[in-house]
Design a protein around this ligand. Structure first.
Ligand SMILES: [Fe+2]
Ligand SMILES: [Fe+2]
Length: 136
């Protein structure tokens, strides 16, 4: 069974809009994981995957706007990480459209993607949280 991500204080960035979006984002990730784990049909898996990809774009745009407005000096490195995941998700969606819910898709979602989300929030986004905090 694919592990869910549980939101906790360990993932709190301390910026309300961002924390709210992260909870939504995690929910969408968990929906994809559940759809794959319970072997839903391709329509349902495709739907959850598309929701996740769309929400990721929306979330990254919001975060980048907030960071730009705050004059965040680490923005370029942060943008590079966002860009990398956007690319990975695009490839994932394309592979899914071409090959369906393969074992490889399940592995990438359950391992790579899951860790990416947790690490990015816990390390990279929280770094911005600390910066925003000390700027107050
Ligand atoms: Fe984020
Ligand atoms: Fe981020």
């Amino acid at each position: 069974m694919m592990k869910k991500i549980e939101w906790s204080q360990k993932l709190a960035v301390g910026v309300e809009v961002i924390d709210g979006q992260h909870q939504q984002w995690i929910q969408r990730f968990n929906d994809v994981a559940a759809a794959i784990a319970t072997q839903e049909g391709p329509v349902q898996i495709g739907k959850t995957l598309t929701f996740l990809v769309d929400y990721t774009r929306q979330h990254f745009a919001t975060e980048e706007k907030i960071m730009t407005a705050a004059g965040y000096p680490d923005l370029p490195a942060h943008l590079a990480q966002h860009h990398e995941l956007t690319q990975t998700l695009q490839d994932l969606l394309r592979d899914f459209e071409e090959e369906g819910a393969t074992q490889k898709l399940a592995e990438i979602v359950g391992s790579y993607l899951r860790h990416w989300l947790i690490n990015h929030i816990q390390e990279t986004d929280r770094k911005f949280g600390a910066y925003a905090q000390q700027k107050k």
